[in-house]
Design a protein. Structure first.
Ligand code: SF4
Length: 183
């Protein structure tokens, strides 16, 4: 491995655990993505997170979704709507701030009420109708707290141009962060 390659390897990028083939989804399955496993893991040190498992939801587990309650975004059970895990997800994101600080990018699983970066359905708490779309709550917190962090999902990374852009953005982000640390 060249010096340049070994430097790149140390760049940490967060990734939704299910994308690496870990069977952590609510249905006990995974969402293995070949592009991430083959190209991204060669370039970066991938740091896995599954917020739903981390807050103690089992595998498998009843599905959750995004709900609007008086205009406020909550995360609740689809069947058992009294099962509200909003505060747990917020607390978890706070607990791992130190780990998130070390990241130079994050690859999220699309369409998840926890990890989706956009366009996740938000349901009305009473009527169960779709009233809006949003990022999943965990992804939303990270994007708010680390607004400059390069973000992608597995769908975006299928596009070669967007993939290259993400890779460059991660490298630039890491470089800028290192400069700040050493200056
Ligand atoms: S999308 Fe996020 S919360 Fe859902 S299984 Fe994957 S890593 Fe876990």
């Amino acid at each position: 491995m060249t010096k340049k390659q070994s430097q790149i390897t140390r760049i940490k990028v967060g990734v939704s655990s299910c994308l690496l083939g870990n069977s952590v989804r609510y249905d006990g399955e995974h969402s293995y993505d070949a592009c991430i496993n083959e190209s991204m893991s060669d370039l970066f040190e991938l740091v896995v997170f599954c917020p739903e498992v981390a807050i103690g939801l089992g595998i498998p587990r009843p599905p959750i979704n995004l709900v609007s309650v008086n205009g406020v975004l909550r995360v609740r059970g689809v069947v058992d709507t009294s099962h509200d895990v909003t505060d747990e997800l917020i607390d978890y994101a706070k607990q791992i701030t130190g780990q998130l600080n070390e990241l130079n990018g994050y690859i999220f699983k699309s369409r998840s009420p926890s990890c989706g970066t956009a366009n996740v359905n938000v349901y009305d708490g009473d009527t169960k109708q779709v009233v809006n779309t949003s990022a999943g709550l965990f992804a939303k917190i990270i994007m708010q707290n680390f607004s400059q962090l390069p973000i992608a999902d597995e769908i975006m990374l299928q596009d070669k141009k967007l993939r290259m852009e993400f890779i460059n953005n991660v490298k630039n982000y890491a470089q800028i962060k290192n400069k700040k640390l050493t200056s």
